[in-house]
Write a protein that binds this ligand. Structure first.
Ligand code: SAM
Length: 268
């Protein structure tokens, strides 16, 4: 024991190192799944635990995410990724959904969704190639390689590829850009009955007005808005589901960089 104590880094003065079991949400136990309202199978649970371990390993080489340990991982990554999908998790867990995660970064929400929906096909897009290489290696190590496809490109390019435009049942993005920008990224990817899922935090009337102006141009509308407080004081989250009211005009998405520089509905 002495050897281990000697090499553990000391916490800064005035701070104590809290054990992972300090709160019921820091580990993948019953309170976490009760809070989510869905329980993983034993295999899915092992994959989620494996994902956390893989993130630790890749994070030591690349700065993928700071949300890797305890509640940061189980609440701010796993639960935050999965709660907007409860209707599918409960009512259609075996559906062969075609999903796309735009701006997947270190693999969220995409990898969590691939684990939770075992027949879904996930396309994960990010413009940063080294992040995608790590995500690909993690997907393969978790046995998800056949259902997870990676695209290292800007989404404005993806949205114009025949293989992707109008092809997805569910197009999602978390922490990528302002809502009108994300809508321009996601709506052109939707199949006729497809839905776009925007992960947001706080949501105001003016956010909604901005988004609705953009949706008029994209010929889409908000079909559902849901909010919930994450456990352990992790804050309010908002999930918006959009669906297409007509075919998305071929002018969208605009050229690389234009959607974020001149968000739809706010061009002046
Ligand atoms: N979705 C992840 C999450 O919630 O942890 C990552 C969020 S990270 C803040 C935003 C990611 O979106 C970055 O990895 C960035 O490279 C990617 N991104 C932003 N704009 C993009 C675009 N137009 N095309 C492709 N990727 C984009």
């Amino acid at each position: 024991m002495w050897g281990i104590l000697e090499i553990l880094p000391m916490p800064p003065k005035g701070m104590s190192a809290a054990p992972e079991s300090a709160t019921p949400f820091a580990q993948p136990g019953e309170p976490l799944w009760q809070a989510l309202g869905w329980h993983p199978s034993p295999d899915q649970l092992q994959q989620l635990i494996g994902l956390q371990q893989l993130l630790r390993e890749w994070n030591s080489r690349l700065n993928l995410t700071r949300l890797v340990e305890g509640e940061d991982f189980w609440i701010a990554q796993v639960l935050d990724s999965l709660w907007p999908l409860l209707p599918w998790l409960r009512e259609a867990p075996d559906a062969a959904l075609r999903c796309i995660d735009v701006g997947t970064g270190g693999g969220f929400p995409g990898l969590a969704v691939a684990i939770a929906l075992p027949n879904a096909h996930l396309t994960l897009v990010d413009s940063v190639g080294r992040k995608l290489q790590a995500v690909q290696a993690m997907a393969e190590a978790l046995g998800l390689g056949e259902r997870v496809e990676l695209r290292g490109e800007r989404i404005e390019v993806t949205g114009r590829q025949q293989r992707c435009r109008g092809q997805f049942d569910l197009a999602m993005a978390r922490a990528v850009a302002a809502a009108p920008v994300v809508a321009e990224y996601l709506v052109p990817l939707l199949a006729p009955q497809g839905q776009a899922l925007l992960y947001r935090g706080q949501w105001s009337g003016s956010d909604q007005a901005d988004l609705e102006r953009a949706l008029l141009r994209l010929k889409a509308r908000i079909s559902r808005l849901e909010q919930r407080e994450l456990p352990a004081g992790r804050g309010l989250r908002t999930a918006l589901l959009l669906d297409a009211s007509d075919r998305c005009p071929s002018t969208y998405p605009r050229a690389v960089g234009i959607p974020s520089k001149f968000p739809l509905g706010q061009e002046g």
